[in-house]
Ligand binder design. Structure first.
Ligand SMILES: [Zn+2]
Length: 211
């Protein structure tokens, strides 16, 4: 089991760790700040002692750092890990924004079950079971309200209950989420919402950062 340094500090971008295992599948460390793909959030990339990490994923309880090519790393080695911070920070911004977007989406278009979501550094996409095509005027209203809320600079807080369930709270929005988020919505800037229709009865909302 790998100690998840990213749980205690989403802003940790460099760390030292010891190699527990190194195979063709990936490198296992005793602790890591690399977020492993879970809960619809992409795995982190970066370097371990300069060797490229192209993805991070779970193998049971173990976190595997997937390397670009075979490395000389061996069990017992001490490594210095560095995250691709610009990429991870964009993921944190988009992930946080997606929760706020959902609040205003449901407010303006009515509640619909979310059946899937995925966030990487380019965009967050979230699929909802809406029976009708999303009304562009209402979606625009949701976008405006989201941006107003973000610009107001609301703090994000995370609590952990006895069973380890992580609860995410920001203003009126609250949910179980173990992903990586920014500390304050003011860090996010402006977002754009776009509708996609990936299939019958499913409406997709893509959230991206405006720059
Ligand atoms: Zn979240």
């Amino acid at each position: 089991m790998t100690v998840k340094l990213f749980n205690d500090d989403h802003y940790l971008r460099e760390f030292d760790a010891r190699v527990l295992g190194a195979t063709d599948e990936g490198v296992e460390l005793d602790q890591t700040a690399f977020y492993a793909e879970a809960g619809g959030q992409a795995g982190d990339t970066g370097t371990l002692n300069g060797f490229r990490v192209v993805d991070t994923r779970y193998d049971g309880d173990t976190i595997l750092h997937v390397m670009e090519q075979p490395t000389s790393l061996e069990p017992g080695d001490v490594v210095h890990g560095v995250l691709d911070w610009d990429r991870r920070y964009r993921i944190m911004k988009l992930h946080t924004a997606s929760h706020i977007m959902e609040h205003y989406l449901w407010m303006h278009l009515g509640y619909a079950e979310r059946t899937g979501s995925f966030v990487d550094d380019k965009k967050d996409r979230a699929d909802y079971l809406y029976e009708e095509r999303l009304d562009p005027v209402k979606l625009k209203k949701a976008e405006e309200d989201t941006n107003t809320f973000l610009s107001e600079g609301h703090p994000v807080s995370i609590t952990v209950d006895e069973s380890g369930i992580r609860n995410w709270v920001c203003g009126p929005v609250e949910m179980h989420c173990a992903g990586a988020h920014v500390r304050n919505t003011a860090e996010i800037g402006i977002v754009r919402l776009k509708r996609k229709n990936p299939g019958r009865g499913v409406e997709r909302v893509e959230t991206s950062l405006a720059e």
